[in-house]
Design a protein around this ligand. Structure first.
Ligand code: RP5
Length: 167
C-alpha cells in the first residue's frame, strides 16, 4: 500500500449487523476521499484482536478510530483504553432498547479515558466520520476547504427551503 493510500481512519464495528448504520460513516469518508479501513471487531467475541488493533493503530498511521457497537457496547471504550488515537463512538440501535443502552454504554466513560460519543444511528455514524475528517483537516488545508464547501452546501440548501404556507 502506498503512503498516500494508507488508511487514516479505522472504522470498526461489533458485528456485520452494525453495517446498516456504520455504512454511513464509510460513505462520508469516501465522499471526502479520506483513506480508511473497515472491519468487524467484536469486543466480547474477539478481545485479543480488539487489543491488537488498538495497540497498533497509532503506529499504523490512524488519526481517528470510529467504533460502532450496540447493546452493552464495550468496543469503543475498550479500544480507547489501549490507544491514544481519538476514538469516536457510534451507538448502534439495539433490538430491545432502541440503542439507548448502546448510547449510555458508550457515553458514560469514567474520567481519564475519553470516547467522543455521537447520536444513535445513521446521523451519529455520519457525524463521527465528519469529525474524523475535521481532525485530519487540522493539518490538511485541502481537506479543510472540502469541509468548508460541504458546510456551505448545507447552508445554501437550508436557505432554499420553502414552506407551503408561503407558496
Ligand atoms: C454487539 O452486539 C454488536 O455491536 C451488535 O450491535 C450487537 C448484536 O450483534 P449480533 O448478534 O447481530 O452479531 O456486539
Amino acid at each position: 500500500m502506498s503512503e498516500q493510500n494508507k488508511p487514516l481512519v479505522g472504522v470498526i464495528m461489533g458485528s456485520s449487523s452494525d453495517w446498516d448504520v456504520m455504512q454511513h460513516a464509510v460513505s462520508m469518508l469516501k465522499q471526502f476521499g479520506v483513506p480508511f479501513e473497515a472491519q468487524v471487531i467484536s469486543a466480547h467475541r474477539m478481545p485479543d484482536e480488539m487489543f491488537k488493533y488498538a495497540e497498533t493503530a497509532r503506529a499504523r498511521g490512524l488519526r481517528a478510530i470510529i467504533a460502532g457497537a450496540g447493546g452493552a457496547a464495550h468496543l469503543p471504550g475498550m479500544v480507547a483504553a489501549k490507544t491514544i488515537v481519538p476514538v469516536l463512538g457510534v451507538p448502534v440501535p439495539s433490538k430491545y432498547l432502541r440503542g439507548e443502552d448502546s448510547l449510555l454504554s458508550i457515553v458514560q466513560m469514567p474520567k481519564g479515558v475519553p470516547v467522543s460519543t455521537f447520536a444513535i444511528g445513521e446521523a451519529g455514524a455520519a457525524n463521527a466520520a465528519l469529525t474524523a475528517i475535521a481532525i485530519i483537516a487540522t493539518t490538511d488545508d485541502a481537506l479543510a476547504s472540502q469541509l468548508d464547501a460541504f458546510r456551505a452546501q448545507q447552508t445554501a440548501a437550508a436557505q432554499a427551503m420553502t414552506l407551503p404556507v408561503n407558496e
